[in-house]
Design a protein around this ligand. Structure first.
Ligand code: C5P
Length: 227
């Protein structure tokens, strides 16, 4: 069957990865969480002392980027691929609020974007891929057959992220999660290199009031129209 490229972009915590995983599973496609790659570089920067509460040594991070090797390995029990940095599974470490606090600053750096975009494009060479992020339909796969731009109110999104973190046992308050979601959205949509914008040919879906099943059915219909 004809395989296509599906690009899903949108603000933080709009549920992009949930629907991307569902679609990939249903279609037998590869799923790539591009945000995990920016989080992996952020984790690398934190581990190596290039970023901390008071300082960000951007040049040091840039000159050490050649030491960053990111890969994904499918975990059959979880049903999706986990992210590895230089051979170490860092799936849990990158999902914390601490990494979320720094990731948008790391994602502003053009050298970081260049490195990751190249890798993302290689992963999509043979199509049959669902990738979610901020610049997938605009920069990574501008020729993707289907582009979705997901939105939801800031409160809905912060509530989702808050529940997710609490379920993982993190001690966070709703207000700090909301603040983080708003700050990241601001930086992501105002940066110079590859800002978060809706591609002119993307279909916008506001899922504030949609169930997961409704959202999945709507998007699957869009996919089927392209096959
Ligand atoms: O998707 P997630 O929220 O995990 O992404 C974390 C951060 O990575 C985003 O807030 C954004 O700063 C950055 N990102 C990006 N481009 C992408 C994916 C993520 O700049 N394609």
């Amino acid at each position: 069957m004809n395989k296509i490229t599906i690009a899903i972009d949108g603000f933080s915590s709009t549920g992009k990865s949930t629907v991307a995983k569902q679609l990939a599973k249903h279609l037998g496609y590869i799923y790539v969480d591009s945000g995990a790659m920016y989080r992996a570089v952020t984790w690398f920067a934190m581990q190596n002392g290039f970023i901390n509460e008071s300082q960000f040594y951007i040049q040091d991070l840039i000159s050490n980027l050649k030491k960053v090797s990111i890969s994904f390995k499918f975990n059959i029990n979880l049903g999706f691929a986990e992210v590895y940095l230089n051979g170490q599974n860092i799936e849990k470490q990158i999902r914390t609020l601490e990494v979320s606090r720094y990731v948008s600053q790391v994602a502003e750096i053009s050298e970081v974007r260049e490195l990751l975009v190249k890798q993302q494009q290689n992963m999509g060479e043979n199509k049959g891929i669902v990738m979610d992020g901020r610049d997938i339909g605009t920069v990574v796969f501008p020729d993707a057959e289907l582009k979705i731009f997901m939105t939801a109110s800031a409160n809905t999104r912060a509530k989702r992220r808050f529940d997710e973190l609490i379920n993982k046992g993190e001690k966070v308050s709703y207000s700090e999660v909301l603040k983080n979601v708003q700050e990241r959205d601001y930086i992501d949509s105002h940066r110079e290199d590859s800002p978060l914008v809706k591609a002119h040919d993307a279909i916008e879906i506001d899922n504030s009031n949609l169930t997961l099943q409704e959202q999945f059915n709507n998007i699957l219909q869009l996919v089927e129209n392209k096959l």
